[in-house]
Design a protein around this ligand. Structure first.
Ligand code: 1Q0
Length: 211
């Protein structure tokens, strides 16, 4: 179970992300990303430069969570407060805190917007839709704005290696195509809510452009 991907696991992680008072648990946020990375790894080695970066960022957050100040890293809200109160974030240019929790999570947060757009487009796609086109449109409307030319180029090459929609739906391991579409419909509001709460928190604290 643990090492076989299923869309249901992703949904479960993002469902568990929100506390009763709508704080975002870092533990489940990163377990959602781990699931997604395992999915991406099953698609082939052209994606390994992406999954390496994602794993690296997941690991930075995990280390904070299990580290001596771990209690401050329980939720995204408590992390932001703790790191800002203690001046642990490089706010305008990279300095002595190049790997703060805040800037690391921001990278995944931006990627979550891509995921949201991509999954929505998969959900509403038809048999003739091309995954590579859906993926790059989602990317251009989100993450690409934060990436230099060379990364955008490499991402574009990787997208061309995405399997066809049919295969893609099968790797998601969530039953028939109709079942996948239903599950996507359940997963998306969860993902969107986690995204929006984080976005609002970062905006309120002026953290959306952390270097
Ligand atoms: C399946 C297709 C995957 C497509 C992923 C799209 C994202 C492309 C991103 C390219 C990133 C390239 C690597 C390096 C980037 C870093 O420079 C950048 C900034 O960090 P920093 O430290 O230099 O300031 N990093 C990022 O922007 C973070 C990127 C994280 C990407 C995480 C992607 C995880 C992918 C998951 C696969 C999802 C499959 C979707 C379908 C699943 C169905 C449930």
């Amino acid at each position: 179970m643990a090492d076989s991907f299923s869309l249901q696991n992703v949904l479960d992680s993002f469902k568990s992300c929100l506390s009763d008072n709508k704080e975002v648990f870092i533990k489940y946020y990163i377990s959602g990303w781990r699931e997604l990375v395992s999915f991406m790894n099953s698609l082939g080695s052209v994606f390994s430069f992406i999954s390496k970066d994602a794993v690296n960022k997941i690991q930075i957050l995990e280390n904070f969570l299990v580290g001596e100040n771990g209690t401050h890293y329980l939720t995204v809200q408590s992390m932001v407060k703790y790191e800002l109160d203690n001046e642990l974030v490089d706010l305008t240019k990279r300095g002595i805190h190049p790997e703060s929790g805040c800037r690391t999570l921001l990278r995944l947060h931006r990627a979550l917007r891509w995921l949201q757009l991509f999954l929505e487009s998969l959900r509403t796609s038809n048999e003739d839709s091309k995954t590579s086109v859906m993926c790059s449109e989602a990317y251009n409307a989100s993450l690409a704005q934060h990436h230099p030319w060379i990364i955008r180029k490499a991402a574009g090459v990787a997208f061309c290696a995405l399997p066809y929609r049919n295969t893609f739906f099968e790797v998601m391991n969530a039953g028939s195509h109709q079942e996948v579409i239903t599950l996507l419909g359940e997963a998306l509001p969860m993902i969107s809510e986690v995204y929006q709460i984080t976005e609002d928190l970062y905006a309120k604290n002026n953290l959306l452009d952390l270097p």
